[in-house]
Design a binder for this molecule. Structure first.
Ligand code: NAP
Length: 259
């Protein structure tokens, strides 16, 4: 299916690797020009080269920390009128909530709640004026089914989710939508490094930890970033103008509830 977004411009935050890269790849495959943001220049350049070679789209790279004012300004300077905004950043560390101090909370809220809110604030009215906009926030399945050791993530992302629920309805009258994608367990660097920590702490091999984690998922495997990207491309498509304010879970069946 042609997604109907060829020639549009997207900012993909935290897009050099993992889920953000999956989104960038799926959008580029639909002919969307990409402004790719991440801190490390090497992975950025590598992903940008892949996208240009595979899909012939324009790709700008912005090597910056998207959780800072300067980082967001740099991303917006590279793409001042995005049609599509993919909000994403690294997640906060796991741990016992008793160990989380105020600085850790501020950092988590900055990265996983206030950064997407600031970027939406900077881009939404332009999208409304141009009568097309698609905003997708990468959050987590933990918004729906919180995980005890991910208190910083549960808290910050739940705050973003509540905010989005409030503001995402009325822009749809102008063909502008805002939705959240909730990943379960996907095979990315972050997921593997979390599992490596578990392996180290328990004395089990990394392969055994990965196998045991995957066996607990009804699909019996981890998600692939291209599966995530495909869902993102649909939400950003011309066909999804009637879908807004939704929390779209992609978790291989891990969440057991009816809704
Ligand atoms: P990943 O594969 O490690 O990729 C993270 C990407 O984000 C990289 O491109 C990284 O590049 C970039 N990044 C991180 N912090 C950034 C910052 N401050 N500014 C700009 N770019 C930044 O991670 P992932 O698994 O795709 O995770 C993406 C998000 O989804 C995270 O918030 C994670 O907690 C969440 N999530 C992931 C899973 C999963 O199973 N993978 C499940 C639930 C939720 P640089 O390091 O070079 O900046």
């Amino acid at each position: 299916m042609d997604m109907g977004i060829r020639g549009r411009h997207a900012i993909v935050c935290a897009g050099s690797k993992g889920l953000g890269k999956g989104c960038a790849r799926a959008l580029a495959a639909e002919g969307v020009h990409i402004t790719l943001v991440a801190r490390g220049i090497e992975a950025l350049e590598q992903t940008a080269a892949e996208l240009r070679a595979d899909h012939g789209v324009e790709v700008r790279v912005v090597a910056t920390d998207i959780t800072t004012d300067a980082g967001r300004a740099a991303a917006l300077a590279a793409c001042p009128q995005p049609d599509i905004l993919i909000n994403n950043a690294g997640g906060p560390p796991p741990g016992d909530f008793r160990q989380f101090d105020r600085d850790m909370w501020i950092k988590a809220v900055d990265a996983n709640m206030l950064t997407p809110i600031e970027l939406i604030k900077a881009t939404l009215d332009g999208m409304i004026a141009r009568r097309f906009g698609r905003i997708v926030n990468i959050t987590s399945s933990a918004v729906k089914a919180p995980i005890d050791i991910l208190g910083l993530s549960n808290g910050a992302r739940a705050g973003l989710t509540g905010f989005i629920a409030g503001i995402s309805r009325s822009p749809s009258a102008h063909n502008v939508t805002i939705n959240n994608l909730l990943p379960g367990a996907f095979d990315t660097d972050t997921m593997r490094s979390r599992m490596a920590t578990v392996a180290k702490n328990t004395g089990i091999t990394l392969d055994a930890v990965l196998e045991s984690r995957a066996s607990g998922i009804p699909a019996k495997r981890f998600g692939h970033i291209d599966e995530f990207g495909a869902a993102c491309a649909y939400l950003c498509s011309a066909h999804a103008g009637y879908v807004t304010g939704q929390n779209f879970l992609i978790d291989g069946g891990a969440y057991p509830g009816t809704f």
